[in-house]
Design a protein around this ligand. Structure first.
Ligand code: PLP
Length: 395
């Protein structure tokens, strides 16, 4: 079939034509000055999106998972201690990656549907009087449960405890879609991927690294080669890469930042908030609720919808794919079957979201779930028609 539906998985996201065209370029010599002309605007643009102060941006041919590995392997040594809360599949996987690297992770377990528990984090930091904890890991937006954590609050906890640990933040499903303030929050490493807020295909791990994290490289002894920040920094000075870069994706990244800045980052965040709020109104009209336990935790990029007793979220996702050619996200780990996920990030409008909500309703009706066709769509329509951004209303 030539016609194609928008995606409602929480990344990879729809790729705008402008970005597709920017990626589609003839091969250039990545050791020539032509490469620097592609590369430098991408680096400068990512710094602005991250809200970075001093520090470096590194872009690896990889994905978010590679970004996690780059963060820890450059800054830590075997046996080093980290503090991390586990409240979903992605916070779990970063912990798992650290453990497989021979690191000692002090894990705070929290219920799935909750965010990073600030009081428990502060208590753990205060109890660590010898400052054994080198790094606090935080998942800004837990994509499995649709939960946003308070990164500024974690910074406050570190400061209140007078603890010198580095703060590493997974922003894979938030950066470029939800406010991110690397300098203001005192984030030492921020990890993003190309395939979510940046609207590109998967293939880039994007990291912002603070001067304090850069200093940690000098004493860190975990093995690293491909992800070595030092090789990357040295090559950057010469205008290039230590190996063959994904030139097309980097060109697309510069274009993505240009698109985000043309819309205005604040407007991008407001659009995501508005889209998400419409989805939440629909979920409430269905008589369901988000997996996120309270409104302050709601993610603006993904909603994990808790399905009624006796229903299975994975059935809906399968049916939507097979019958309507529409992709939603399945529940992962502890919430497998108990939720289905609606991704609402990247290149998306309210009209596109309405199509996704209508499809979800058709699937619910097909599956015999107790939901009236049109109920969620109508709730979202009412919200969207009453909240058209001033810029669009004036056009
Ligand atoms: N962190 C979060 C919050 C994610 O949502 C994902 C992927 O969905 C990852 C990390 C892993 O990224 P990747 O799949 O690009 O390796």
């Amino acid at each position: 079939m030539s016609a194609q539906n928008p995606l409602f998985i929480p990344g990879p996201t729809n790729i705008p034509d402008r970005i597709r065209k920017a990626c589609d370029m003839q091969t250039i010599d990545h050791r020539s000055p032509a490469f620097a002309r592609v590369f430098k605007p991408a680096i400068a643009g990512v710094k602005r999106v991250l809200g970075m102060g001093a520090g470096e941006v590194f872009i690896f041919p990889s994905t978010g998972t590679g970004g996690w590995e780059a963060a820890v392997s450059n800054t830590l040594s075997p046996g080093d201690t980290l503090l991390a809360a586990r409240f979903g599949m992605f916070s779990h996987r970063w912990i798992d990656l650290c453990q497989r690297h021979g690191l000692n992770v002090q894990v705070i377990e929290a219920p799935w549907g909750q965010g990073a528990p600030l009081a428990a984090i502060e208590a753990a930091l205060r109890a660590d009087t010898g400052h054994a904890i080198r790094v606090v890991l935080a998942t800004h937006n837990e994509t499995a449960t649709g939960v946003r954590s308070d990164i500024a609050g974690i910074r406050r906890a570190l400061d209140a405890a007078g603890h010198p640990a580095l703060l590493f933040v997974d922003g894979v499903s938030s950066i470029g879609s939800m406010p991110f303030d690397m300098a203001g929050w005192g984030v030492d490493v921020a990890v993003a991927g190309s395939q979510k807020g940046f609207m590109l295909p998967a293939g880039l791990a994007i990291l912002g690294v603070s001067p304090k994290a850069l200093a940690a490289i000098e004493t860190a002894t975990l093995p690293r080669t491909f992800f070595d920040f030092r090789d990357m920094a040295k090559a950057y000075v010469a205008g290039g890469y230590p190996y063959t870069p994904a030139v097309g994706l980097i060109a697309g990244l510069a274009e993505a930042v240009e698109m985000l800045e043309e819309e205005g980052l604040e407007a991008v965040y407001a659009r995501h908030h508005r889209l998400a709020e419409g989805v939440r109104r629909a979920v409430a009209a269905w008589g369901m609720r988000p997996c996120a336990a309270s409104a302050d935790l709601y993610s603006d990029t993904v909603t994990a919808v808790l399905v009624p007793e006796g229903c299975n979220g994975t059935d809906l996702v399968r049916l939507a794919a097979d019958k309507y050619r529409v992709a939603f996200g399945v529940g992962l780990g502890e919430v497998a079957g108990r939720v289905f996920r609606i991704g609402h990030l990247g290149s998306l409008t309210d009209v596109m979201v309405l199509a996704g909500l209508a499809t979800a309703e058709m699937c619910m009706a097909d599956l015999g779930w107790p939901v009236r066709l049109g109920s969620g769509v109508a709730a979202a329509q009412e919200f969207y028609r009453g909240s058209v951004p001033a810029m669009l209303a004036a056009a």
